[in-house]
Design a protein around this ligand. Structure first.
Ligand SMILES: Cc1ncc(COP(=O)(O)O)c(C=O)c1O
Length: 378
């Protein structure tokens, strides 16, 4: 018999399940790829900005060389934009990288990492990968983070608590935390606990919801704010994001990242996307309109949904714990890919990313057709 290899805490990890690729669904259900609508990964329905594509194509001439390991040019642009020095910025292979780097830099086996129930799936993954203990805190009545309860849990953990993840807005619930509540939470955090404020969907916040997280980074030495180019900037496939933190923390993340963690095409595209205000605005407006379209349809169908501040909506498609999986399968048969969220403790719900108007319409019609049949026979 062969001896078991691999660490126990790695064996214990439930692998991340992403949105199903179009090609895979086409093969499985015998569908034409062009007829499939994918609203499963909170991607930008506009695709990547043309400005970024052009910048990427220019950068392609230099692909024989390694990327700039320090991301000099991109950090310069970000530094100007954010009003922090370059040495407060860490570039990541997606903002996912920033989440993992922070976990690796501040916690190890035996430590505790805290996050909310129904929070982003990478928090437990990043925690378990380093052998730390994932401490999940019950959500509030509207499925959002219960920050006072999280703080209380952290206090009760004492010195073992090293890190807490807070997503605003959160995925998959779309829940939004009031800035006052976030700052109170950070200000009361024990000094040895690092707070990651995950702002992957920040650009989708309405003007009334916006707040100045960078001012908090300047004020609190234990705060990392992470942001993404995958969503509003339309660069999910290139894998690029960044973290903002004071230099002592940024230095730790930079010590342990891969020297070339962000490729040169991604760096070039990100610089172009940052300068493309028109693309960002177009995406924002499309998202607002799509949110109205989807939620009005849910209301007409009598479906419960959670108010979302991101580019996706969580909708309840039945009362039994098979409902999400069952309706998801029926949607797949009709060429509509959304995200079942049973792994988030939400088996009665589906997360639908906001798409182009015609994509939303296809999804609404398919959902209507499925739910108009008696449940269980769909
Ligand atoms: C809340 C949240 N944070 C972070 C990420 C990671 O995004 P990326 O690594 O593409 O920047 C996602 C992706 O879905 C997310 O939903």
């Amino acid at each position: 018999m062969t001896k078991k290899i691999g660490l126990d805490h790695v064996h214990a990890i439930a692998p991340y399940v992403g949105g199903r690729p179009i090609s895979e669904v086409a093969r499985e259900f015998g569908l034409d790829e062009s007829a499939i609508v994918k609203l499963a990964s909170n991607e930008n329905p506009l695709g990547m900005p043309t400005s970024a594509k052009e910048a990427m194509l220019r950068a392609a001439n230099d692909l024989g060389r390694y990327p700039d390991s320090n991301g000099f040019e991109l950090k310069r642009v970000l530094s100007k934009r954010l009003g922090v020095p370059e040495d407060w910025i860490t570039l990541g292979n997606g903002s996912n990288d920033i989440l993992e780097l922070t976990a690796r830099a501040v916690a190890h086996a035996g430590d505790a990492v805290v996050f909310s129930k129904h929070a982003f799936a990478v928090y437990p993954l990043a925690t378990q990968a380093i052998g730390a203990k994932a401490v999940e805190v019950a959500a509030d009545a509207s499925y959002g983070h219960d920050l006072p309860a999280m703080l209380q849990t952290i206090r009760s953990l004492g010195e073992t608590a090293k890190l807490v993840f807070v997503a605003n807005p959160n995925n998959p619930t779309g829940s939004y935390l009031q800035p006052k509540a976030i700052e109170a939470f950070i200000s009361e955090m024990p000094a040895h606990v690092v707070v990651v404020l995950d702002e992957a969907y920040n650009e989708y916040l309405s003007p009334e919801q916006r707040y100045d997280a960078i001012a908090w980074v300047k004020k609190y030495p234990n705060l990392v704010v992470s942001r993404s180019f995958s969503k509003a900037y339309g660069l999910a496939g290139l894998r690029i994001g960044y973290g903002i933190a004071q230099p002592h923390l940024t230095d730790l993340l930079n010590r342990i990242r891969q020297p070339f963690n962000v490729n040169s095409l991604a760096q070039a595209a990100a610089i172009a996307a940052l300068g493309d205000e028109a693309f960002l605005q177009q995406g924002y407006e499309l998202n607002r309109a799509g949110y109205q379209q989807l939620t009005q349809a849910f209301e007409q169908m009598g479906l419960t949904y959670l108010p979302s501040s991101g580019n996706f909506v969580l909708v309840k498609v039945g009362d039994d714990d098979e409902a999400g999986a069952r309706v998801n399968r029926e949607l797949l048969k009709r060429g509509v890919i959304v995200r079942p969220v049973g792994n988030y403790g939400l088996p009665q719900w589906l997360r639908i990313s906001i798409g182009l108007p015609e994509e939303n319409t296809i999804c609404i019609q398919a959902l209507g057709a499925i739910l108009s049949k008696p449940q269980g026979t769909a």
